[in-house]
Ligand binder design. Structure first.
Ligand SMILES: NC(=O)C1=CN([C@@H]2O[C@H](COP(=O)(O)OP(=O)(O)OC[C@H]3O[C@@H](n4cnc5c(N)ncnc54)[C@H](O)[C@@H]3O)[C@@H](O)[C@H]2O)[C@H](O)CC1
Ligand SMILES: [K+]
Length: 261
């Protein structure tokens, strides 16, 4: 299987949403979020881990920084936060009790709609703030974290408030399921600076990123939406997904996770 650079991941994303792939962003987010919810529910059963803290990345406040980065601008920023909101909704449907932490929510309709869908499910969204107190409080009442903070458009160093968020998540002793790449990891070099999340489970979307080669833990591939033509064009060499599942477990370097489940 091919491990992707950030640039190739972005190109595949563009191809999927071009006239060739013909997908909309909402569709891809929906399938990505569903895969992440399914991975979390596979590893952490709801009878013991029903309280899920879904941590979502920046909304379109990130646009200013996106303007500085051609790569982020091209893909349209902030998709991973949307994956998190979709996953929260599906987890609610599965019978979990998610709560959403999104300190920098977007004002674009797509995010407002996803938030309304969560609220309609009775899912609490912690009011946005730079104060980390509500995060600490929510963590003390959570069984597992879903990390939808940064994806393949992350460029170090980590800016506030997320520079404060990641150490709190790492030190809480609550298992972490990461979407696409553990937040704070260099997409290609892994956790080279040691500031990234120490995740227990990783759900790589479309294909794993180069940085994920260093990941130790339970590793799934999700995003069962890549058509054969695009998989072949980018030589992805993807494994087969089992029957009607949205995820397939990949061989990982070690199963010695930080947390037992
Ligand atoms: N085909 C697929 O694989 C799909 C992947 N999806 C998900 O989309 C993300 C990538 O989304 P993108 O919008 O390009 O960017 P990010 O979510 O990674 O976040 C960008 C966001 O973060 C801000 N930011 C960047 N660096 C920093 C920093 N150092 N400190 C603070 N903030 C930072 C930036 O300004 C933006 O606001 C991919 O990983 C998947 O999860 C989709 O589901 C569709 C299909
Ligand atoms: K992440």
């Amino acid at each position: 299987m091919r491990y992707l650079t950030a640039r190739i991941a972005q190109q595949i994303d563009e191809e999927l949403m071009s006239a060739v792939g013909a997908f909309s962003l909402d569709q891809l987010m929906e399938l990505a979020g569903l895969a992440c919810a399914q991975a979390l529910a596979t590893v952490y059963r709801k009878d013991t881990h029903s309280r899920v803290l879904v941590c979502c990345g920046p909304g379109n406040q990130g646009l200013f920084f996106a303007l500085l980065s051609e790569r982020v601008l091209l893909t349209g920023p902030d998709v991973q936060g949307g994956d998190g909101l979709v996953a929260a909704r599906h987890l609610g449907m599965f019978g979990y009790r998610p709560i959403v932490y999104m300190p920098k929510p977007g004002s674009k309709d797509i995010y407002k709609h996803l938030q309304t869908q969560c609220e309609n499910m009775g899912i609490t969204i912690i009011p946005p703030s730079n104060d980390l107190g509500p995060l600490v409080e929510a963590l003390s009442n959570s069984d597992v974290v879903l990390d939808a903070i940064f994806g393949f458009s992350f460029l170090p160093p980590i800016r506030a408030p997320f520079d404060g968020v990641l150490p709190i998540l790492n030190d809480a002793g609550v298992p972490i399921v990461s979407v696409d790449i553990p937040s704070g990891w260099n997409v290609e070099k892994g956790n080279d600076l040691g500031v990234g999340l120490k995740s227990d489970v990783l759900v790589s979307l479309t294909a794993p990123k180069e940085g994920a080669k260093d990941f130790i833990g339970t590793h799934f591939l999700g995003g069962r939406f890549v058509p054969k033509s695009i998989a072949e064009k980018f030589q992805l060499d993807l494994p087969a997904y089992p029957d009607f599942q949205q995820i397939v477990e990949l061989e990982s370097q070690s199963k010695s996770n930080r947390h037992q489940y």
